[in-house]
Design a protein around this ligand. Sequence first.
Ligand code: PMP
Length: 403
Amino acid sequence: MNRPIYMDYHATTPVDPRVLDAMLPYFREHFGNAASRTHPYGWEAESAVDEARGRIARAIGGSAKEIVLTSGATESNNLAIKGVLEFHRERGNHVITCVTEHRAVLDPCRALEKKGLARVTWLPVDGYGRVDPEAVVAAISPDTVLITVMAANNEIGTLQPIGAIARIAKAKGVLFHSDATQAVGKVPIDAEALGLDLLSFSAHKMYGPKGIGALWVRSRGPRVRLAPQIEGGGHERGLRSGTLNVPGAVGFGRACELARSLLDEESGRLRRLRDRLWEGIAQRVDQVAANGHPLERLPGNLNVSFACVEADSLLMALDRDVALSSGSACTSATLEPSHVLRAIGLRDDLAHGSVRFGLGRQTTEDEVDRVIERVAAEVSRLRALSPFYRPAAGSTVAVGDGA
Ligand code: PMP
């Protein structure tokens, strides 16, 4: 049986064969515990992790000792947000974040708010999904301890102005964390040059294994302090206890190294394929709009609203041919449209008719062309069944119009 074309690279990515090759010896002969100090098994594991840590740090412009290895970006975000609030309790409890964050940021903020441990300001976004840095300035108060705004949105691909927000945070003496899970390896990110304080990212979004990620924590200028959320053997300089996932760390390191060397070529290729996909769909299907920012966006992301189409029906019709995800991320019980699409001002019916295309390392031009054909055919079949659909000439909405 033919497998569907994979276009859900925001959800996860396959492990690159070069990454797997680097990992395998650390399951077999080099299986030691990196914390074992008394024999070569431990030493080998420790030196492999040290090397990986350097590679992981270089991918985001940090240094090896600033990397705290975690189980993934969800844990990194929890550590950053809860850890900073707990450590700086005497200074205040105000957090500033944004309504289009991933749930791995929204939920820890909500949980702290519910427990009375934080006061949270939820910043709105414009029609492209961008936070206004001036709104960040206006939200800061004397008890603000943390700003957390993502680098790239996982649904609509919009890049946030994190450099501008970092400058504001620095000027006001507030710590700035960014969830860069979708951005690292896709667009250049230099945490040190941007002036960030904390940055979360994850291996499985960049052709590394699942179950490992990192939190970068600034070590100087000044050093960022936070309280551990998992305590035990004092690993990761006391910030995250637990026996290290050595093969995972090695794979993450190799994935970071590859991402750094391939970034320019890969982002250009994905941008061209993404544009080809959008142009192909817009030529064949009327009443479509591309969501997110037209320029400040991830190269491999395209989020499209199809008028008079239920995204879930479209995905179901395509599921043998194309693996996609709905931009609306409906919870079937409530049929709530995506919080991101709602935040950019999309009407509920369009939010329910939105699909996220995620292109990646294995995507080919031929796949893009086949997806265009299949999507166009299924949209027109579904519209023929819709009582609301009226063909209209010249109604394609340009990328980023957000209509
Ligand atoms: N943040 C963003 C923006 C994401 O896209 C994801 C993954 N969907 C996460 C956090 C969570 O990452 P992980 O799966 O590594 O916990």
